[in-house]
Design a protein around this ligand. Structure first.
Ligand code: MRU
Length: 364
C-alpha cells in the first residue's frame, strides 16, 4: 500500500477526461477501480463513499472541478459546481479547503485553458498530500520509538479508530503514517483496529491495508478499547481527524471521543494525525461549531458483507426501528495529548498550532 507508486486517485494517463479512484465500498472483498468522467461522478463518489477520508475527499473535489472545467469552463457554472461539491459531505474541512484553493485558480484565470490550470493544481494537491502524510509519519514515529525503547523485545501497541490510513489520503495516511514509518525502521509495532460501526472502516479498510503492508494487527469490536487499556495492552492511541479547530478540538469518526475518555482515564497518550489541510482556522469550539454529518439509517439497520462470493446486505434490526446515525463526534482539546502535524508535534491548543503555523496568526 505504501509503495512510492501507490495512489488512491489519479488522472488516467491514456484518457485525460477520466479520473481513476478505488471503489472503497467493495473492499476488502474486491479491489476494483472506478472511473470518474464528470463532476457529478465526483459528487456521487464523495457522497456515497466510494472515496472517503478527509484528505481524499478534498482531492476528489479538486479533480471534480477539473472535470467540470473540461465540460464548461465558465465561471458561473464553476461556482455552481463548487457549491454542489461542497455540500456532498459536511464535516471534513479538507473539502472546503480544496474547493476554495481550486476556485482561486478559477477566479484568477485570465485566458488559456482553465482545465489545464486546474489539472496542475489538483495534481499538486495530491503530490503535497503525500509529502504531508510522510511528514506526519516522520514526526510521529518518534513517539513509537520512545515507547519501543521503554519495552525492549515487546511490540508497541497502537490503537486506532476508523480508517485514517493510506486509503483515506493519497498515500501513507495520517494516523497510520507513523506506523508505516516505524515498520520501515524495523520497530516491532502492532495495531489494534477498531471495527468502526456502522460503516466498518476499521474492519474493511484499515485491517485490509495493514495486511497489504504486512503490519501486524488485530481487529476488535468498538467497545473493546477500554478493556484493553485497563489491562496495559495499549501503549498509545493515534487517530485521524476530519476537522480540527484552531483551538485543538478534534472531529473524527463517531466513537473517537469515547476512546479519548478511556485513554484519559487510563493515562494512555492520545494523539491525532493532523494534516494542516484539516485545520479549520475559522473555528475554536468544536462541539458548538463543527457540523456533524448524519447519514442514512440503513447504515445502522443493515450490515454489508459477502455471502457465497456475492456482496450482500443483511438487516439486523426489526423493521421500523427508530435509528439515528451521527457519523462524527468531537473530542475536546483537553483530552488530546498532542497533534502530530507535517511540521512537528504540538499541544492541542491555539498556541500549539500557531507555534507550528505562525503564518496563520492573522488569519485565525
Ligand atoms: O466517514 P469517513 O470514512 O470519511 O470518515 C473518515 C475518518 O473519520 C477519518 O478518521 C478521518 O477522515 C481522517 S482521514 C486521514
Amino acid at each position: 500500500m505504501t509503495a512510492e507508486t501507490f495512489r488512491t486517485i489519479w488522472l488516467d494517463a491514456d484518457d485525460p477526461s477520466v479520473v481513476k479512484i478505488i471503489d472503497q465500498r467493495l473492499l476488502p472483498h474486491e479491489f476494483k477501480l472506478h472511473d470518474l468522467g464528470s463532476w457529478q461522478d465526483a459528487e456521487t463518489a464523495i457522497a456515497d463513499m466510494y472515496v472517503r477520508g478527509a484528505p481524499l475527499i478534498g482531492a476528489t473535489a479538486a479533480w471534480g472541478l477539473y472535470l467540470a472545467a473540461l465540460e464548461s469552463p465558465e465561471s458561473v457554472a464553476m461556482h455552481a459546481v463548487a457549491d454542489r461539491l461542497l455540500a456532498a459531505r459536511p464535516t471534513a474541512v479538507n473539502l472546503r479547503w480544496a474547493i476554495e484553493r481550486i476556485m482561486r485558480v478559477v477566479d484568477a484565470h485570465a485566458g488559456g485553458e482553465l482545465a489545464d490550470e486546474i489539472r496542475r493544481d489538483a495534481q499538486a494537491i495530491c503530490d503535497e498530500d503525500v509529502e504531508i502524510s510522510r511528514g506526519i509519519g516522520e514526526h510521529g514515529v518518534a513517539l513509537l520509538e520512545a515507547i519501543a525503547a521503554r519495552k525492549p523485545g515487546e511490540p508497541v501497541n497502537v490503537l486506532t479508530h476508523c480508517n485514517a490510513g493510506a486509503l483515506a489520503t493519497i498515500n501513507y495516511g495520517t494516523a497510520t503514517a507513523p506506523v508505516y514509518i516505524a515498520q520501515q525502521r524495523g520497530i516491532d509495532v502492532h495495531v489494534w483496529v477498531d471495527e468502526t460501526r456502522p460503516r466498518n472502516q476499521g474492519s474493511q479498510l484499515t485491517a485490509w491495508e495493514l495486511a497489504q503492508s504486512g503490519v501486524p494487527h488485530t481487529l476488535i469490536v468498538d467497545n473493546a478499547g477500554g478493556h484493553l487499556m485497563q489491562h496495559g495492552l495499549v501503549d498509545i492511541v493515534i487517530v485521524g481527524t476530519d476537522r480540527t479547530t484552531r483551538c485543538g478540538d478534534v472531529a473524527n469518526k463517531i466513537g473517537t471521543y469515547l476512546k479519548a475518555l478511556a485513554a484519559f482515564d487510563n493515562d494512555i497518550p492520545f494523539y491525532v494525525g493532523l494534516p494542516s489541510t484539516t485545520i479549520d482556522w475559522r473555528s475554536c469550539d468544536g462541539v458548538a461549531e463543527i457540523p456533524i454529518e448524519e447519514r442514512d439509517a440503513e447504515e445502522v439497520s443493515h450490515v454489508h458483507g459477502m455471502r457465497e462470493g456475492a456482496p450482500t446486505m443483511v438487516r439486523t434490526t426489526a423493521p421500523g426501528t427508530p435509528i439515528s446515525n451521527y457519523a462524527f463526534d468531537v473530542t475536546p482539546a483537553r483530552l488530546v495529548t498532542g497533534l502530530i502535524t507535517e511540521r512537528g508535534i504540538c499541544a492541542a491548543s491555539e498556541d500549539g498550532l500557531l507555534g507550528l503555523f505562525p503564518e496563520m496568526r492573522d488569519r485565525s
